[in-house]
Design a protein around this ligand. Structure first.
Ligand code: FES
Ligand code: FES
Length: 152
């Protein structure tokens, strides 16, 4: 869990999102619909974005789970900062899930075009931004990562 080994007893029906928010106090994981419709609860499991409200906590045994807190363990990550800088954050409720979905995309695809970005974020609902700035932020971050990679 965010790079740490976590051992816990959980009730069989406990959702992963609830387990993350309550005993682990990872409140960046939002529970919106709890039906897999809004994406607010998105986390990475073994590098792939999933709706943590649709996974049971015990199913995460042995897997690598990363939440927004894990992404920003060393301070605000550049992806988060790009969201701020491009005006992609308004009320902010959708943003942790949106950023985790974006991070999943960027780990799988170093050069996503607009279509691929919109497709990857299609399961994440934002009521505020109209998505344009979010898509712009993700594409800008992809370009920054490619530039960094080329320098190294
Ligand atoms: S809370 Fe999980 S998809 Fe809405
Ligand atoms: S910023 Fe408000 S729901 Fe996305």
């Amino acid at each position: 869990m965010n790079g740490q080994y976590v051992e816990a007893d959980v009730e069989p029906a406990t959702r992963l999102s609830t387990f993350l928010r309550e005993p682990l106090a990872l409140k960046g994981v939002k529970e919106g619909c709890c039906e897999g419709e809004c994406g607010a609860c998105t986390v990475l499991v073994d590098d792939r974005p999933i709706n943590s409200c649709l996974m049971l906590a015990f199913q995460a045994e042995g897997l690598d789970v990363v939440t927004i807190e894990g992404l920003s363990a060393g301070g605000v990550s550049r992806l988060q900062q790009v969201f701020v800088d491009t005006g992609a954050v308004q009320c902010g409720y959708c943003i942790p899930g949106m950023i985790m979905a974006a991070e999943g995309l960027l780990r799988a695809n170093a050069d996503p075009n607009e279509f691929a970005t919109r497709h990857a974020l299609a399961g994440n609902i934002c009521r505020c931004t109209g998505y344009e700035t979010i898509v712009r932020a993700v594409i800008a971050e992809a370009a920054a990562r490619r530039k960094e990679e080329a320098r190294s």
